[in-house]
Design a protein around this ligand. Structure first.
Ligand SMILES: NC(=O)c1ccc[n+]([C@@H]2O[C@H](COP(=O)([O-])OP(=O)(O)OC[C@H]3O[C@@H](n4cnc5c(N)ncnc54)[C@H](O)[C@@H]3O)[C@@H](O)[C@H]2O)c1
Length: 318
């Protein structure tokens, strides 16, 4: 039987924690938020106000959402009656080790302890804990209230029941959880993202293309394709009726030769500064809020179009 979740604690309310807060509240959970930032109340209010229409567009009832969110004076108070804790503090192994030591003591025994960590594996910050059975990674993509994927990555000592409960929880809040079988720094999503980023930085560094032009290439090709089929199904279709076998044995061989010439960007302080300036030249004239809103609007449009297309496919099949 699927467990019912009623109370969530969000520890760390920066970019990711604020987005989780809105998503959890929109799914009817009581949310207790803890963060030492002095502007916590204002940050939470702004995040809820901005995300409410986006969550409503996803079919959620957001009318009482803000009333379900409570600010906690400290971590212990935030987690005292939590069914799940979602940690979103700084990406630092020492910080996470200390925080999870506190969480294990302060959260109820049944509470799942999930970390949004982008690259640090659970085993790296739970190695000194007596009991790590209910601690694991639930890594979202920014912003988690819009982008569906959550990478569920157990540590070496995470219990199988905790993995199953994490999957249930993320489905309950409308996400698409994928369980990964082995810990690897950066998990799957960020490794893929960084493989592409490394080459993107190299191409800009070499003067082949500017940052905004490179973004145009990705948005109008790979990005569009990858919203519908992943790299393997894309290649299977790219091989025509001969499928992935044809692709691998023919075009794939010449693509493989390219692996040897892929770039290793320098990225010392000088190169890094040049790259930062190039990106700022491309986008610096527009504010963070304006760019983020445009991204979110387009993201929602893609999600809604995909939803309609999936429904049409289902109807045609049945
Ligand atoms: N930004 C992203 O795109 C992204 C995506 C997925 C996962 N993540 C991961 O999520 C986590 C948070 O990232 P972010 O981008 O939201 O960072 P952020 O810097 O925006 O927020 C971190 C927050 O943690 C708070 N904090 C510091 N000490 C704390 C404490 N003792 N208790 C509670 N809160 C405390 C800070 O005040 C800050 O508000 C990191 O592990 C990061 O790797 C980030």
């Amino acid at each position: 039987m699927t467990e019912s979740f009623t109370t969530a604690a969000v520890v760390g309310a920066g970019t990711i924690g604020l987005s989780w807060t809105a998503l959890f509240a929109a799914h009817g959970l009581t949310v207790r938020v803890s963060d030492p930032r002095p502007d916590l109340a204002e940050a939470v209010d702004t995040a809820l106000a901005e995300s409410a229409p986006q969550l409503a567009q996803q079919g959620l009832d957001v009318r009482d959402m803000a009333g379900r969110v409570h600010l906690a004076p400290d971590v212990a108070e935030a987690v005292r009656d939590a069914d799940i804790v979602q940690e979103n503090g700084p990406e630092n192994v020492g910080f996470k080790r200390e925080l999870f030591t506190t969480l294990v003591h302060e959260a109820p025994a049944h509470a799942l302890l999930l970390s949004s960590s982008s690259a640090i594996c659970a085993t790296a910050f739970t190695d000194e804990l007596e009991d790590a059975a209910r601690i694991l990674i639930g890594h979202p993509f920014n912003p988690p209230h819009l982008v569906p994927l959550v990478e569920v990555v157990p540590g070496e000592r995470t219990g199988a029941d905790s993995v199953a409960r994490a999957v249930d929880f993320y489905r309950f809040v409308g996400r698409v959880p994928v369980v990964e079988r082995k810990e690897i720094p950066g998990f799957v999503g960020n490794r893929l993202q960084n493989a592409l980023s490394r080459e993107a930085i190299y191409l800009v560094e070499q003067g082949v293309i500017g940052p905004d032009e490179l973004d145009t290439v990705v948005v109008n090709s790979l990005g569009l394709r990858w919203a519908t089929v992943g790299p393997f199904l894309g290649a299977h279709l790219g091989g025509g009726p001969g499928g992935y076998r044809h692709m691998a044995e023919h075009i794939g061989m010449s693509m493989q030769a390219m692996w040897d010439v892929l770039g290793h960007p320098e990225q010392g302080p000088e190169q890094r500064e040049r790259l930062i300036q190039a990106v700022e030249n491309s986008y610096g004239s527009r504010s963070y809020g304006e760019l983020a809103q445009e991204r979110d609007r387009k993201q929602l449009a893609v999600l809604s179009a995909l939803d309609n297309a999936s429904r049409n496919v289902e109807e045609t099949r049945s």
